[in-house]
Design a protein around this ligand. Structure first.
Ligand SMILES: [Zn+2]
Length: 57
C-alpha cells in the first residue's frame, strides 16, 4: 500500500492507476488529489509487469 505524502491517506496500490509523465511515475491521491511520486521497486522486463513503490524520501 501507499501513503499520500500530502494528507496521509492510506491508498491501496490496486485502487489507483499509476501514471507516467516526463518527471516519472506517480499516482493521484483519491483523497486530496495530490501527486505522489513512485519509483520502480525492482527488475523490469518481466512481461511489462513493473512493481511500483514509494521512494523513502
Ligand atoms: Zn492525499
Amino acid at each position: 500500500m501507499w501513503t499520500c505524502r500530502h494528507c496521509g491517506l492510506i491508498v491501496m496500490s490496486h485502487t489507483v492507476e499509476p501514471e507516467i509523465d516526463d518527471e516519472g511515475c506517480y499516482f493521484i491521491c483519491p483523497g486530496c488529489e495530490g501527486r505522489n511520486r513512485l519509483v520502480s521497486a525492482g527488475d523490469e522486463g518481466d512481461e511489462g509487469h513493473v512493481e511500483l513503490t514509494q521512494p523513502d524520501v
